[in-house]
Design a protein around this ligand. Structure first.
Ligand code: ATP
Ligand code: LTN
Length: 332
């Protein structure tokens, strides 16, 4: 196996959507053969919003089951829960002292939350990208597979690494974002201008990995389209249809022109049925396998316990190097 490393994570703030599957997890599965991969359940990122404690615990374990059910091999990859490896928090504090207010002020995700006047605008929301940089840099990661919305955070992570290396000499590997060509930003089915997301107020806009075939069919049938009556990829004029084409393309591997040809003269009804069918078949094995894995609590515990142990072993040399460079007195 190559020594090149991958880090990525998802926060357990809601049920995983088709967006996070296509934008992130699907690529994680493909990359696991080529890299040493760490796939994390970033529960410390999740507490930037208020959670019911029982729900957070349940979601973290469900997300773990869904990672494995999606095809991530827990032996080959390091799958674990962020809060189990305290080195993330340690490095995050340090990197906070090498992150500039001006940089953090420019982060779109943070700016959106401020401009929407969201409740509970806490300091964690502001320093969120610093913790994310710590996640990535702790493991000397080469590649970070994420959806489009996270690219800016990975770029900030690179800037922090470059700054630190400039002051102290080569310390961190400078990582690259890996954003898929198709499916980097799956849109809401009810509002094709905005991202499909697990915390959307309108659950009809998102397809969840655990949705039943019936729920998927209903949601796709109700998806917003247009009056053009042509299955063509045009995000300006036909954002809803283009989104469904992206989903269909990711699920079947077909190119856009092949899809256009397939539905020539057939109307949106037939297209929507085909999209729903493809998504149902894509998600069915993942949902069934997740349920199986979730029922085996001992197996889940084994995965996250051994994952955290292996992650901590990889994190330790980086942290040791960093504190040495900073001038902290070594531990006795
Ligand atoms: P939240 O609603 O809690 O902010 P989210 O649904 O936006 O969550 P994240 O946990 O932020 O999902 O994202 C997990 C990963 O999936 C990230 O790499 C993100 O870029 C990717 N991702 C999330 N939603 C989409 C989407 N609609 N299209 C493509 N990629 C996505
Ligand atoms: N911020 C990301 C989740 C996340 C992440 C990371 C992604 C936290 N740490 C490190 C890639 C690498 C999100 O909101 N989806």
């Amino acid at each position: 196996m190559s020594e090149k490393r991958i880090f990525s994570g998802i926060k357990p703030t809601g049920d995983l959507t088709l967006g996070s599957y296509i934008g992130a997890i699907k690529n994680w599965v493909e990359l696991q053969n080529e890299y040493l991969c760490l796939y994390c359940i970033v529960d410390m990122h999740a507490i930037t919003i208020r959670n019911d404690p029982e729900t957070l615990r349940r979601r973290s374990l469900e997300q773990l089951a869904q990672y494995v059910a999606s095809g991530l091999d827990p032996e080959r990859n390091i799958i674990y829960i962020q809060s189990h490896v305290p080195q993330h928090a340690e490095l995050s504090w340090i990197l906070g002292c090498y992150s500039m207010l001006g940089e953090l002020n420019r982060m779109t995700q943070y700016k959106d939350k401020v401009s929407k006047g969201e409740e509970n605008l806490n300091a964690g929301i502001y320093t969120y990208p610093v913790l994310m940089a710590a996640d990535i840099l702790l493991y000397q990661s080469d590649l970070v597979p994420v959806g489009e919305d996270q690219k800016q955070h990975v770029e900030l992570c690179r800037d922090i690494a470059i700054r630190f290396n400039h002051v102290y000499g080569e310390t961190f590997k400078v990582p690259e974002p890996f954003v898929p060509k198709v499916g980097a930003r799956i849109k809401s089915l009810t509002d094709p201008e905005s991202k499909m997301s697990k915390s959307d107020d309108d659950p009809q806009g998102s397809i969840f990995i655990m949705d039943s075939p019936d729920q998927i069919l209903k949601k796709v049938k109700r998806a917003v389209t247009d009056m053009e009556n042509r299955v063509t990829f045009d995000t300006e004029k036909q954002p809803g249809i283009s989104n469904l084409m992206t989903i269909y393309s990711s699920a079947t591997g077909k190119d856009f022109d092949v899809i256009t040809e397939e539905f020539e003269g057939k109307g949106y009804g037939a297209f929507k049925n085909a999209v729903a069918e493809a998504v149902i078949e894509l998600l069915r094995p993942i949902r069934e396998k997740s349920e199986e894995i979730l029922a085996d609590r001992a197996y889940l515990t084994e995965i996250y316990t051994s994952g955290a142990k292996r992650a901590a072993e990889l994190a330790e040399p980086t942290l040791k190097l960093v504190v040495e460079k900073l001038g902290f007195v070594p531990r006795g």
